[in-house]
Design a binder for this molecule. Sequence first.
Ligand code: GCU
Length: 329
Amino acid sequence: MPLRRFIPLLAAALLLALVGCAGQRSVTVIKLAHTLDQSHPVHVAMAYFGERLAAMSGGTMRVELYSGGQLGSERECIELLQLGGLGMTKISSSALEGFAPEYRVFGLPYLFRDEAHRWAVLNGLVGREVLLSAESRFLRGLCYYDAGTRNFYTVNRRVEKPEDLAGLKIRIQESQLALKMVRALGAAATPIAFAELYTALQQGVVDGAENNPPSFHLSRHYELCKYYVLDEHTAVPDVLLISAHLWRTLTPQQQAWVQAAADESSVRQRELWTAATAASLAAVKKAGVEVIIPDKNLFRARVVSMQAEVARDQPRIGALAQRVRETIP
Ligand code: GCU
């Protein structure tokens, strides 16, 4: 049988496997996989999503959470959603760049003016449009989670200005924009899956990486990286995704419950985020990490041309970026 015809059959079989039976009652069980630690505020929010969905559906819908990359990397989870082998995932918007180009807009450095601007965009028309942009590629976005701002951390070298990054090998997500940005800052970029990064840092495959404080802390990368520079180069959100294969098997009522529970979990996650960020910064400092507050303008100046470059080479993304800039909280 040609692969093209086999894939929908496989998807249907796997989706049926997602629907279990509890006694006489049929219960829809949704598997939700991601790469973060269970104490991460994003995981806590997804556990809340599960609770709310169970409550709203009177126990007829249930979420099974798989954390820490148990079911694969972000790329693998996205591919499983497209095939219908996994119901839901939570990924960083950067991981979607190769699958759904619209998400690239969020990978532009220093795109958002501040947190209020970021949330006005994510909760507004642009945010909604991007979430729904990949439905034809079987990836339906439900909501965003706060992933704060991303900052560099390094094993041995103290970084305070872009010149200090020169020659360092920095791990990046699978993202063309991250690649361009790290190169513009003078470092060499190496894409590595998040779950493999601890070992890569330990073995000297890379000299550093970049992430928000809770992920830096809860991945235990701070055990190896003793410098953390808060240059806040990007503010890439996390995204909760459902496979369009699964979405289409749900009744309109079930779809409404899933969307409402996701929206509530997004609000809850933002409430948890600020405290989690402060606690993570305090914890890494206590463990001996030097947290450096640099002059962000030095970093911004090195990457500012990326906005014009993207507008020239990818007009659709340029137009989205323009709408982001015009958004007023
Ligand atoms: C963030 C994000 C994760 C992602 C990670 C990464 O922590 O929340 O989903 O895996 O960045 O750098 O890969």
